[in-house]
Design a protein around this ligand. Sequence first.
Ligand code: CAP
Ligand code: MG
Length: 420
Amino acid sequence: MKRYIDLDYEPGENEVVAKYYVEPIKGKTLVEVANHIAGESSIDTWSTITTLSETMKDKLMPHVFEIDEKKKIVKIAYHPELFEEGNMPQILSAIAGNIYGMAIVKNLRLIDFSLPENYVKSFPGPQFGISGVRKILGVEDRPLVGTIVKPKVGLSVKEHTSVGYESWAGGCDAVKDDENLTSQPFNKFEQRIPAMLEAMDKAKEETGEKKVYFPNITSSYDKMLERYDYVKEQGGNYIMVDILTAGFGALSAIRKVSKLPIHGHRAMHGAITRNKKHGMSMLALAKISRLLGIDTLHIGAIFGKMEGGKSEVMEIEHEIEANNKRQDRVALKQPWYRMKKTFAVASGGVYPGVVPKIIQSMGKDVVIQAGGGISGHKDGIRKGATAMRQAVDASMEKISLNEYAKDHKELKTALDQWGQ
Ligand code: CAP
Ligand code: MG
């Protein structure tokens, strides 16, 4: 019996809506599988069960209200009481849980979802958001420029600090640890933080600019808490979490405690997002990140070394910067009520030559991050950072990079080195 299929059903304002790409295994129809997905993600199991009263069944049953056989798209509306407010792990265990492993499913991808007002409001969202981060840096009218200390791991605290200092002094607004650097024998967290903050202060004084440092606190929750406290105590102004490897529960807890902005690194997202027929879209992960309170989030650089096409990245950016307008939730346009906006981070294989293209696609509300594209500059890290800032300045002034490079030699060197 296809109990949950109801193509005339119109989801209510208070329901959770999920959109999936569904490929049944051979011998099963899309309708059949959609019905099972709806049941397994909510009130049902494989056998006929009688424990749930008819009243509760009728109340909580999911509704498959759209099936596109050609595109293999299925939309399901879920009763709000199936979920717990403020509990992202629970929501995901339902709409992105067991269903991936069902034997009758060949491929399944959560493309998008939309939450009703009470659920959106049960999540904190970013504490600072685009405007708050801009305020900390006193930069309103251009993209922010950041770097990742390279190599990812292997540098001593002294070497790490020197890369940080040179990058800030050369023009970076933000310097961050890499995703796999936390506290290793050659570079201990407790030693790195005060050294980096001292270097940041020095660069601040010398340049007259404000600066931020994203120390990677990723670990088990208790350890992250300790590390957050330590960063705060040392006078730090940001923290960074690898949001997927650390887990959404831990991230939620850190967001509750933190008085500092949170940089969200998406390491491991490729395992979930990359296969376009399976897993979850980056769009869905980005929405989750905004709800959970990420201030700056990696979403792809379009022109860099990592996979991620232009339309996809732009759609994600649009969503994490979307405002409070009421939109059509059935069409999966999430109204964000008063939730602050997440700053998009373009990163991965970025260098000065691609900066104008990034700004053209993503606008000025973007953090442009270059690791190798700064540290690899022929004339050193400081010049590398300067070249990146020059590329941003040229773009904002709408001057071509070649033109600007005529009297900005750091940029000239970078263009000769890596092209455009
Ligand atoms: C970039 C980076 C970032 C990636 C992550 C790296 O370094 O530090 O972690 O950008 O990918 O380790 O690759 P480079 P994404 O600038 O030297 O490439 O931004 O797509 O999440
Ligand atoms: Mg990295």
